[in-house]
Design a protein around this ligand. Structure first.
Ligand SMILES: [Zn+2]
Length: 462
């Protein structure tokens, strides 16, 4: 389906335009002009007074930022059963994958649609689904309608795992990935990207990981996998391979600027050097780490990764981990958790947190040339925050207000590829109350079908 040529758009007299340009300019009383899906001018409103557009958005009460990228965002089963896991359950992964494997096409379409509604309404313009979606064909219409950028892949493993994952002989997993990249990469005018998505080095052999990296290189795309380290993992890998987990990946050629390691908790200095030396990127999920009691004080190395120039994106992980899809809350957590963990207020300044969710995150995902900052020539992906809300008062430092005061609820308007996908809090691609009802039904059916059951509450439900 071809869209009509995009109308031009001007955001006029914005209270602040946070550009993330090389000088990191914050333009007070600024304007942004968008033509043919791209940003054509950014500057002082007075200097752009003569610039006209098909539509003009009055920006006087708005703070404009680049659209947010979400670097690790499982989107499939979870919205239907969000909140079912008690917060002391330990690892729910066995149930997670049981539920995920049981989804039908229609169910996955509807739960993904709800996930996308939540993402867009909180300012995410691009997300990586690390291989959760089983039926991308069924979800394509949701991606198309929502106008969001999606990075997809076929989750593969070839080794035994402690929970049910899609497992194939290596040759078949390689063939599936090749077919997936062929079919999906670059669709919807480039808004869909396809990556290689082996689940982890623990569940995939080197004979699988190596060819997958080669496929990613050949298709000029990326590869992501779950990756953590820590004393126990280092001991195990040392015994098995004579190397640390991250060094092992390097030894088999699965590191580089088109590799995104997810979570990366527990990595030591040698492993950080290994990532920096090879240009390997990371996607970290600060809320999952905090809520899951993963021990940021001991295992969180975000400040060191940033200091070494490793490109890090933030992610919300899953609606049953974080449990929300609000990237503004995730960047708030990234900014505050290291201050507490290190008892040092200088850790992860607000500006750094915002970079991770925008430009640096986009670079981590290999889309930094296209999105992540507000500069002439870049694709027009923007978030307009509504400052006419109590949490935005008083407004002197828009970065501090965004990172420490606000959350996704003040996302007023979202523009992706020059198209307004959220317009003054309203999205027009789905009937939300109807969708909520259907997803609730899906959740009830899914629990009945799989036999997954947890107490609904610790308090008596009468
Ligand atoms: Zn994950």
């Amino acid at each position: 389906m071809r869209r009509m040529p995009d109308p031009s758009l001007k955001i006029d007299q914005a209270r602040y335009v946070v550009t993330l340009d090389p000088q990191r300019r914050i333009i007070a009383d600024g304007s942004v002009l968008i033509e043919r899906g791209r940003i054509s001018r950014v500057g002082k409103a007075a200097e752009m007074a003569g610039a006209t557009a098909d539509r003009v958005i009055d920006g006087r009460h708005l703070v404009v930022t680049p659209g947010f990228v979400n670097g690790h965002m499982h989107i499939s089963y979870a919205h239907a059963v969000r909140g079912i896991f008690p917060d002391d359950v330990g690892s729910p992964l066995d149930s997670v994958f049981k539920l995920q494997m049981a989804m039908t096409e229609e169910e996955e379409h509807l739960t993904s649609l709800l996930g996308i509604v939540e993402l867009v309404k909180n300012g995410t313009v691009c997300f990586v689904d690390p291989g959760s979606t089983k039926f991308p064909d069924a979800c394509l219409q949701a991606y198309e309608d929502a106008g969001i950028r999606v990075i997809l892949g076929d989750c593969v493993t070839d080794q035994a795992a402690p929970f049910p994952l899609p497992r194939y002989p290596a040759a078949e997993a390689i063939q599936r990935t090749a077919a997936f990249l062929e079919k999906w990469h670059g669709r919807l005018g480039g808004r869909i990207r396809a990556w290689a998505m082996p689940f982890s080095a623990d569940t995939c052999s080197a004979e699988l990981l190596r060819p997958l990296k080669r496929l990613a290189d050949e298709h000029r795309t990326s590869l992501t996998l779950h990756h953590n380290s820590g004393a126990k993992a280092r001991q195990d890998y040392q015994a098995k391979h004579g190397l640390r987990p991250t060094e092992y990946l390097e030894s088999i050629g699965v590191m580089g600027p088109n590799v995104v390691l997810a979570h990366v908790l527990g990595i030591d200095d040698t492993e950080i050097d290994c990532m920096a030396r090879t240009g390997t990127a990371a996607a970290m999920c600060p809320i999952t780490a905090a809520k899951g009691g993963r021990g940021v004080r001991e295992h969180g190395r975000l400040p060191e990764l940033v200091a070494k120039g490793v490109k890090v994106a933030l992610g919300c992980d899953s609606p049953n981990n974080s449990n929300h899809l609000d990237i503004v809350r995730a960047l708030n957590m990234a900014a505050i958790q290291y201050k507490d963990a290190r008892q040092d207020m200088r850790q992860i300044p607000a500006e750094t947190a915002l970079e991770l969710a925008t430009l640096t995150g986009a670079q981590a995902l290999g889309v930094g040339d296209e999105i992540g900052s507000l500069e002439a020539g870049k694709k027009a992906d923007l978030v307009l925050f509504d400052t006419q809300r109590p949490e935005w008062q008083a407004l002197f430092n828009p970065i501090n207000n965004l990172v420490y005061n606000a959350d996704g609820r003040s996302v007023h308007t979202v523009i992706i590829d020059g198209r307004v996908v959220l317009d003054a809090y309203r999205q027009t691609f789905v009937d939300e109350p109807r969708l909520y009802g259907r997803v609730q039904e899906i959740g009830e059916r899914l629990l009945a079908r799989t036999g997954v059951s947890f107490p609904r509450s610790r308090w008596p439900m009468v």
